[in-house]
Design a protein around this ligand. Structure first.
Ligand code: PCA
Length: 324
């Protein structure tokens, strides 16, 4: 009996000592659990939890269930949570640098997106650190195309269409084409299209597939405007408070997540475009006139971005072009 009691005491002591060192971090994500970014985030969380032997457990909350997309960065910055995953260009309003990946027709393939990211990494990391953030990894969305509920041949036919935007660049694109931008989180778009709050958007085949937009929309023009990126961000103070071995596990898991995420994005790209057409949507390149008009708008937006981003922005584009 006494022996049993002693064992029980030891077991309790062990449990307590583990608990004393174990930390649990909530990890909010904006996109649905089935989305590939969220799947990669969930694998990253499992990797960290397993790799630290449970000393640091990451608990994911997809679909904006803990914080909506637009709130995640602030929540991480201020330490309401220590880690989160989010669309980087969603913060272009705060710093134009965060929109380096949403410049129309600059980097339109996965390879170019990767090179542009490498060119932007230095200034990007510095801007994030100045905001008490550390970037762990980043994965691109497939390229962005235009969704409508009717055939569109030229920008003149877009006037007055209610357009769902997800960052400053998409809102500006709407303005330049005479559409009416309305900012809506991906988690809310099925409803927005069903109720007519929005009738159009620019996004990947992936988001159209995730949100079953064929229930309301009919056309996807594969204009390949840009590949915006999501990123996993951690509160810098919380990061600096981790011991070196935990940081190493996280960095290792982050590299694997970035690698796996890149592949998934590429694979998912073709798969989701097929699904859009299987579900009755017209999936096609933009017609000649529309394509030419969009290029002109792209040139305007590039000039506007450069004007705001100054020498730092020009250096990113020069570094990217140097590799072309
Ligand atoms: N999907 C996200 C961002 C880019 C994309 O392809 C969205 O529409 O919110």
């Amino acid at each position: 009996m006494k022996k049993l009691a002693t064992l029980a005491t030891i077991a309790t002591g062990l449990a307590l000592s583990t608990a004393a060192y174990a930390e649990q971090w909530d990890l909010p994500m904006a996109y649905s659990a089935t989305n590939f970014h969220s799947a990669v985030g969930a694998e990253f969380a499992q990797c960290v939890t397993a790799g630290t032997g449970g000393a640091l457990t990451l608990v994911t909350h997809p679909g904006g269930s803990l914080f909506a997309g637009g709130e995640i960065k602030r929540a991480v910055q201020t330490g309401q949570v220590n880690i989160g995953e989010r669309l980087l260009s969603g913060h272009q309003n705060e710093n134009v640098l965060f929109g380096f990946d949403s410049i129309p027709f600059l980097a339109t393939s996965f390879e170019d997106s990767e090179r542009l990211f490498e060119a932007a990494k230095g200034p990007l990391n510095a801007a994030l650190e100045a905001q008490n953030l550390h970037m762990l990894y980043s994965v691109p969305w497939p390229s962005q195309g235009l969704y409508f509920n009717r055939a569109i041949e030229s920008t003149s036919e877009m006037a007055g269409i209610k357009f769902r935007s997800y960052n400053a660049a998409t809102a500006r694109l709407a303005e330049l084409t005479g559409m009416l931008p309305v900012s809506i989180e991906a988690a809310e778009i099925s409803q927005a299209f069903a109720t007519g709050v929005a009738e159009s958007m620019i996004s990947s085949g992936s988001t159209g597939y995730d949100r079953k937009v064929w229930e309301s929309l009919t056309h996807f023009y594969d204009v390949q405007a840009w590949l915006p990126r999501n990123y996993m961000l951690v509160n810098l103070e919380a990061w600096n408070g981790l011991d070196a071995s935990t940081q190493n596990v996280m960095t290792g898991c982050a590299s694997m997540a970035e690698y796996a995420g890149d592949w998934r994005s590429i694979e998912y790209s073709g798969f989701t475009l097929n699904k859009l057409s299987e579900n009755g949507m017209v999936v096609a390149p933009a017609g000649e006139q529309l394509a030419a008009e969009l290029r002109e708008i792209g040139a305007t937006m590039t000039a506007e971005w450069l004007e705001k981003a100054g020498a730092e922005g020009q250096a990113i584009i020069d570094a990217f072009n140097a590799g072309n």
